[in-house]
Design a protein around this ligand. Structure first.
Ligand SMILES: [Zn+2]
Ligand SMILES: [Zn+2]
Length: 343
């Protein structure tokens, strides 16, 4: 089968024929129809994030089941050949302290499809049946391949427990940020503000279309002043970071009201400086969430299938999998929001 393979350390990837995976008794084999390129795939493909290689990345996908492992039926999963499905990337061991607590994204033995084991930048992907969810007949594969980033934003949003009087500032108009904007509105926030930079203007426009009440260009505007203006001086109840950009951590402390919450979805690869004196004096709360659990993934599939969270405006490019090099050029030029590959 055709696959995009990270063969060695350093930059670059191969587009080549590799053997189709064997199906083990707990697994299903999926013919991949759509697979999104995630922000976290970029450092993997660029070679700045080390993964066990050779490996096929790709974890945001949907497709059709073509083979079901011998034991799958005995687990009670109603999965059969021909089913249209999507899958969580999180594969919990099921036995550690965190899995038993129902927090599988914190699993001590966590395995992630497309990050630790072969993923979906390929014609076929093998995944454990327990990570697979059936899609409704009318759900398209691009929607199915979008549930992973929706769910990553959702775990943070859900944990915020916003109320109808809350003002939320979302940092970053990338896919996760644009889903966070929609989800915060859906969960009842009174006002959602999306912050980006000059190069994000197209994305910020989409944020407005998707329900953001205000957008702020942090390259040209003073974010704290704008938030003060929007909130009548009260400042924000919540800030959700969807960037992982270190300078924004301290900005959060300057735009939150006393007792406000800084909720972090963005993956910080470097330590950030933050005024902890402000955290103490203003009794700010700070927390992060990582990935999602199966139940959150299921809730997000439902939200997308019901049309309550829109994926379409985010999908800016489509390529055949064999044209990964062309997709890579679009990424380098920062022209895309979400690219869908079709093996
Ligand atoms: Zn992802
Ligand atoms: Zn575990």
């Amino acid at each position: 089968m055709l696959a995009v393979v990270k063969e060695r350390e350093g930059p670059g990837f191969a587009i080549k024929d590799i053997p189709t995976p064997e199906v083990r008794e707990d697994d299903v084999l999926i013919r991949v129809k759509s697979v999104g390129i995630c922000g976290s795939d970029i450092p993997i493909l660029a070679g700045t994030r080390v993964i066990p290689w050779p490996m096929t990345p790709g974890h945001e996908f949907a497709g059709d089941i073509v083979k079901v492992g011998a034991k799958v039926k005995s687990f009670g999963f109603d999965l059969k050949e021909g089913d249209r499905v999507t899958s969580c990337l999180v594969i919990g061991c099921g036995n550690c302290y965190y899995c038993v607590e129902g927090k599988e994204s914190l699993c001590d033995n966590l395995v992630e499809t497309g990050i630790h084991v072969d993923g979906a930048f390929a014609e076929y992907v093998r995944v454990p049946a327990k990570t697979v969810l059936k899609m409704k007949d009318g759900t398209n594969y691009d929607d199915g391949a979008s549930i992973d980033p929706v769910a990553s934003a959702y775990r943070t949003v859900k944990a915020c427990r916003v109320t109808t009087k809350d003002v939320v500032v979302v940092f970053g108009p990338g896919p996760i940020g644009l889903y966070a904007v929609q989800l915060m509105k859906l969960r009842g926030a009174k006002c959602v503000v999306n912050v980006g930079m000059t190069e994000d203007m197209e994305r910020l426009k989409i944020a407005r279309e998707l329900g953001a009440d205000y957008i702020i260009n942090s390259s040209t505007e003073n974010v704290a002043e704008r938030v003060a203006e929007i909130t009548g001086g009260k400042m924000a109840d919540f800030v959700q970071d969807c960037t992982g950009a270190p300078p924004l951590a301290d900005m959060a402390t300057t735009i939150l009201r006393k007792g406000g919450t800084f909720a972090i979805t963005g993956l910080f690869h470097r330590p950030a400086e933050m005024n902890l004196g402000k955290v103490v004096r203003s009794e700010l709360k700070v927390f992060g969430t990582i990935c999602y659990n199966r139940n959150e993934f299921e809730e997000c599939l439902d939200l997308v299938e019901a049309g309550r969270v829109k994926t379409d405006p985010l999908i800016t490019h489509h390529f055949a999998l064999k044209d990964m090099n062309a997709a890579w050029e679009v990424i380098q030029a920062r022209k895309a929001i979400k690219i869908m590959m079709h093996p």
